[in-house]
Design a protein around this ligand. Structure first.
Ligand code: CP
Length: 314
């Protein structure tokens, strides 16, 4: 397997890893992608490593993808979901995690609604932590699998123009994508209605635009995000119907461009709102490749973190 170590003990966010870490994750993920396309999809690399998946928020893709990645690496896996746990009885996050760790768990994969929950835990526990999404802050493995999938489709991302469309204000995927794509040398723009673009976004070194067609003409790749109604306590847009009229990406909008662009969506999609079915299911879309690559990328992250700690079997 790949030589080299990550510069970090945890994966708390893309902000805290280097461009070299990202390249190492990609090289390792390419090898694991070969593994999961073989008839025997399993390797013994994390035999004797125990991983707890702690999900304090809903998830389909990330939870299943991590669990599959762990099983493909032969790790022992336990799953926790806050909805049917003693969190409901008032137990704190730290007490919950310390109780789980006392069962000899080596690594925590956690999704939590509070931005910074992982950073807080990293100051109080010894086990390694992988951020599977913390509120509106970061979703590092999503950004890694997005960039890995873009690179697979269009080659090295240095100098490529990537635009992230939609609800940038509430999106952890947007922030992690911005950090990841910039570290890989891409030019990044965000596009959406003024109310869903954070104030001072230029401070992150990205362009912004409120104009869908101009941004589609500008970019090589469009990463399309959904409107996160569950994180909006006030109305940021008049209605989903209007959002779809002005910011929905459909076949007619793409047909008007003088070029072909690659379309990504991290899921879950709201078909007919930010993306139409004829785009989501078209040859331009690599949405299901993103999900496939997610398993290999997460195998790489878990393997390299275990390797960094000297936990892996071989
Ligand atoms: N992309 C993503 O995080 O999807 P889930 O919420 O289903 O995990």
């Amino acid at each position: 397997m790949t030589k080299g170590k990550l510069s970090t003990k945890h994966l708390l966010g893309i902000k805290y890893i280097t461009a070299q870490d990202i390249q190492l994750i990609f090289e390792t993920a390419e090898k694991f992608k070969d593994v999961i396309n073989r008839p025997i999809k399993k390797v013994p690399s994390l035999r004797d490593v125990t991983i707890a998946n702690l999900f304090f928020e809903n998830s389909t893709r990330t939870k299943l993808s991590f669990e599959l990645a762990e099983k493909r690496l032969s790790a022992d896996v336990i799953n926790f979901s806050s909805s049917n746990s003693s969190v409901k009885k008032g137990e704190t996050l730290l007490d919950t995690v310390n109780n789980i760790l006392s069962m000899k768990v080596d690594m925590i994969v956690m999704r939590h609604p509070a931005p910074g929950a992982h950073f807080f835990l990293s100051k109080h526990i010894d086990a390694q932590i992988v951020n599977a999404g913390d509120g509106t802050h970061e979703h590092p493995t999503q950004a890694l699998l997005d960039a890995f999938s873009m690179r697979e489709k269009i080659g090295p991302l240095k100098g490529k123009k990537i635009c992230i469309f939609g609800d940038i204000l509430h999106s952890r995927v947007a922030l992690s994508n911005i950090f990841c794509l910039q570290k890989l040398g891409a030019k990044v723009r965000v596009c959406g209605p003024p109310t869903l673009i954070p104030k001072h976004i230029e401070a992150l070194g990205v362009e912004y635009s409120y104009d869908l067609k101009d941004s589609l003409n500008w970019c090589d790749v469009a990463n399309v995000l959904r409107i996160q109604l569950e994180r909006q306590d006030i109305k940021y847009i008049p209605s989903l119907r209007e959002y779809s009229m002005y910011y929905g990406i459909n076949k007619s909008v793409l047909d008007d461009l003088n070029k072909e662009i690659t379309i990504l969506h991290p899921g879950p999609m709201n078909r007919g709102v930010e993306i139409s079915s004829d785009v989501a299911d078209s040859d331009h879309s690599i949405i299901l490749q993103q999900v496939e690559n997610g398993v290999a990328v997460r195998m790489a992250v878990l393997f390299l973190l275990a390797n960094q700690r000297g936990l892996e079997a071989n």
